[in-house]
Design a protein. Structure first.
Length: 208
């Protein structure tokens, strides 16, 4: 059982205030949607949750079976799909996954990688260089990378970006599977994606 709690999250860049006093919580089996106008800090908030950006104020807490995880353990429980997630174009999809698995210190067999890539619609393209991929295929690979370690916390920034209708269906399937494994926080302005949420916060407005 996991519970993510955001307490008074704020972020400033010099005199620019990107976030102020963000409060939210989400538990296993739920999807939290972060909505708001462009430039309202949605991506910044996800990066703070992921541990990639330090907040200027406030605290991110992740509970696991009632225990608060320290930041280094929290980062290991998180998978992130975002525009600025790096992929290595000079490597194949399989090689990208193998490299990420080594970084995470876990084994990855070719069969496991093949199954994971097939689950995101990249069957038969495992050995192609990522530099030859379309933007939609790169987005699919980002999902494979984020799901590699079966994280209980999945963060999605504009989850359907660059995906066609079949890709959007893949995202919905992944959300359903993630509800069984843990929780989701997704940032979007797409009304269809907002409707996926059990809880919605609108940056700069009251939580719903």
């Amino acid at each position: 059982m996991h519970r993510l709690v955001l307490q008074g999250i704020g972020k400033r860049y010099g005199r620019l205030r990107a976030l102020q006093g963000v409060e939210a919580q989400v538990e296993s089996g739920e999807v939290l949607v972060v909505a708001g106008r462009n430039g309202s800090g949605k991506s910044t908030l996800l990066r703070i949750i992921a541990g990639l950006t330090r907040p200027s104020s406030g605290t991110v807490l992740l509970y696991e079976n009632g225990r608060i995880l320290p930041p280094e353990e929290r980062r290991c429980r998180i998978g992130l799909v975002a525009v600025d997630v790096a992929l290595y174009g000079e490597l194949s999809a399989w090689e990208n996954l193998a490299f990420l698995a080594r970084v995470r210190g876990r084994p990855l067999s070719p069969m496991e990688a093949q199954q994971l890539l097939a689950s995101v619609g990249l069957a038969g393209r495992e050995d192609d260089l990522v530099s030859t991929y379309s933007s939609g295929m790169r987005q699919r690979l980002k999902y494979a990378c984020a799901l590699l370690h079966q994280p209980p916390v999945l963060l999605l920034d504009e989850p359907s970006a660059n995906l066609d209708a079949a890709g959007a269906q893949m995202v919905e399937r992944i959300l359903a599977q993630q509800r069984e494994r843990g929780l989701v926080v997704l940032a979007t302005n797409d009304p269809r994606e907002v409707a996926w949420g059990d809880r919605v916060i609108r940056l700069g407005e009251e939580s719903l």
